[in-house]
Design a protein around this ligand. Structure first.
Ligand code: ADP
Ligand code: 5GP
Length: 191
């Protein structure tokens, strides 16, 4: 994509297991100039996850201190854990002229849109709720209680998704990546 075009903040959301991580991985492989923001979380690392790479893993007290000191651009509780994006991290990336993608849940995404109306919200939707559940289970990263908590969020996520700028259905993976590329390049051309 054209490097001389102005930078925008792209925010991607989607229910747990929809495949947003997989779609983003495919997109970033083709467009390594984009930076994927690293969030803070109180969730425990999954097998293979690395602190400072996948997330900045924190205790609840550390997270609360960041909230108290107004360090977050946005934060939210999701399925029993806290997640947040540090203001400083995003400011630094934008100042350096980097194209940034945030992969965050819907409540946080709408907070970003409120503060930065020029940001672009993209919701990744599943072809069906059955497919979503089957992908979430098939990933084998969560126990049954966590799966239930995550599925419980879906209805509200789909409701909030109506406020998004774009929706991409992740049925065929390659098609979803292509749609994401088209949305992002189209938005950059508007600048
Ligand atoms: P998320 O980041 O949204 O929680 P993941 O990217 O971890 O979801 O994907 C959840 C599971 O679904 C993974 O096992 C992944 O391989 C699978 N998956 C992703 N996209 C598709 C797709 N288009 N079709 C079938 N399976 C998919
Ligand atoms: P997971 O635990 O599966 O990594 O993430 C759970 C949910 O938290 C996903 O919907 C993911 O997009 C979201 N998430 C990750 N980082 C952030 C963040 O910084 N802020 C918010 N609001 N949500 C986040």
């Amino acid at each position: 994509m054209n490097k001389n075009l102005s930078k925008k903040l792209f925010v991607i959301s989607g229910s747990s297991g929809v495949g947003k991580g997989t779609v983003l991985k495919g997109f970033l492989k083709k467009h390594p100039e984009f930076m994927l923001s690293i969030s803070c979380t109180t969730r425990k690392p999954r097998v293979g996850e690395v602190d400072g790479v996948n997330y900045f893993f924190m205790t609840k007290d550390e997270f609360q201190t960041c909230i108290d000191n107004n360090k977050f651009l946005e934060w939210a509780e999701f399925a029993g854990n806290f997640y947040g994006t540090k203001k400083k991290y995003i400011q630094k990336c934008l100042e350096e002229g980097k194209d940034i993608i945030l992969e965050i849940e819907t409540k946080g995404a709408l907070q970003v849109k409120k503060q930065m109306p020029e940001s672009v919200l993209i919701f990744i939707a599943p072809p069906s709720i059955e497919a979503l559940e089957s992908r979430l289970r098939g990933r084998h990263t969560e126990d049954e209680e966590t799966i239930q908590r995550r599925l419980h969020e879906v209805k509200e996520e789909l409701r909030l998704a109506q406020q998004y700028d774009y929706k991409v259905i992740n049925d065929n993976l390659e098609d979803a990546i292509t749609q994401l590329e088209k949305i992002i390049s189209g938005e950059q051309e508007k600048c």
